[in-house]
Write a protein of this length. Structure first.
Length: 126
């Protein structure tokens, strides 16, 4: 059985001739070189100063930029996390300042209490 010719074989078989460009066509597309006097005159013009732009960056006041904090990861059950965040929202609704305690603040408080209880436990057992 003979090999089936490639559908692209005609592209390789057709002779390719380079396009000819005439001198007149090439000079028509090239921009003329400015005279030295024109270049000197435009080089002495100073550019206008850019208008002052106000900074739109915010001040870094979050925990991420605070060197006292470190981001940590812990696995918490989904249902427990949902119940805790719901309770934090409910607690904020009852407050006058309506500032909700963040989950990380609650974890921070609980870890501090655990350390205090642990250190108190160790001092009585010695």
């Amino acid at each position: 059985m003979a090999a089936k010719p490639s559908k692209f074989s005609s592209l390789f078989e057709a002779p390719q001739e380079p396009e000819e460009t005439t001198q007149e066509t090439a000079t028509d597309t090239i921009a003329p070189i400015p005279e030295p006097a024109t270049v000197a005159a435009t080089a002495t013009v100073a550019p206008e100063p850019a208008p002052a732009v106000e900074s739109t960056s915010r001040t870094t006041t979050g925990k991420k930029s605070d060197p006292r904090y470190k981001q940590v990861t812990a696995y918490v059950r989904k249902d427990l996390h949902r119940h805790v965040t719901d309770a934090l929202y409910d607690e904020a609704r009852g407050r006058e300042d309506a500032k909700r305690k963040e989950f990380s603040e609650l974890v921070d408080e609980l870890l501090e209490q655990w350390l205090k209880n642990r250190s108190g436990h160790n001092s009585t057992s010695n």
